[in-house]
Design a protein around this ligand. Structure first.
Ligand code: 5GP
Length: 132
């Protein structure tokens, strides 16, 4: 089982931002900026572009809702979306609230935030997600 499957199953703790039966969203453990969120399918698939058309469409619609929730919780110019997948072999979308283009540079130094702050960031996003 991939590390992200274990996260979606609750076997490994995470800061939950949103979920439904098929998809799960949680804070990146080493965020580029506050609110940097990962969105995953619960089904194990490594490469996002191996997903079937209907599944990737539902995945993107779910990610859109998460992005809307992020923007409400953390006002920003736009929420950027990226797919890398070079580190963890389980498809995921990065959602990053941007104040500038530089916020999307993945080689930037990552943040390491205290647990209570991570929890309050995730709770703020989840609270907005539940209103959608
Ligand atoms: P990528 O596979 O897209 O290149 O990078 C994987 C991302 O997942 C990185 O931004 C990294 O910080 C994040 N990540 C890796 N392991 C964990 C983990 O165990 N928990 C969480 N919340 N994020 C992780």
């Amino acid at each position: 089982m991939s590390i992200f499957s274990k996260i979606a199953e609750g076997e490994i703790p995470s800061y939950k931002c949103a979920e439904n039966d098929e998809f799960y969203a949680f804070l990146d453990i080493n965020p580029l900026v506050k609110g940097h969120t990962l969105v995953i399918p619960r089904r194990e698939v490594d490469y996002i572009f191996d997903m079937e058309d209907d599944e990737i469409a539902r995945f993107q619609v779910f990610a859109k809702k998460v992005a809307i929730a992020i923007k409400k919780a953390f006002p920003c110019i736009k929420v950027g979306q990226a797919v890398l997948g070079l580190e963890v072999p389980h498809a995921h979308i990065h959602l990053v609230p941007m104040q500038s283009e530089k916020d999307m540079i993945f080689s930037n130094e990552k943040l390491s935030l205290p647990a209570d702050e991570m929890k309050s960031i995730a709770d703020a996003i989840y609270s907005e997600f539940k209103k959608l």
